[in-house]
Write a protein that binds this ligand. Structure first.
Ligand SMILES: [Zn+2]
Length: 80
């Protein structure tokens, strides 16, 4: 997991990827990326305040849930 910091000249409401809450972005936007550099979305200051370890745990948990939901769609039931 990586964090990209970009300057933004305007403030607007964004959805935080980690806590799924809307927040008002200030001068700086923090973007969450995986190790391959894939952009996942912005992170709010509340989540940043919880620390890198918390964010990493939350990020892994979210990705795990996404993988589970994909498997549920593609895998057909083995036992009927
Ligand atoms: Zn957040």
């Amino acid at each position: 997991m990586q964090l990209q910091i970009e300057c933004s000249s305007y403030s607007e409401y964004c959805l935080c990827y980690l806590c799924q809450q809307y927040f008002q972005r200030k001068e700086v936007s923090v973007i969450l990326c995986d190790d391959q550099g894939k952009n996942y979305g912005e992170v709010c200051t509340h989540c940043i305040a919880k620390g890198y370890t918390w964010m990493q745990n939350q990020f892994q948990q979210l990705n795990y849930q996404i993988k589970l939901s994909i498997n549920r769609e593609t895998n057909k039931p083995i036992k009927v």
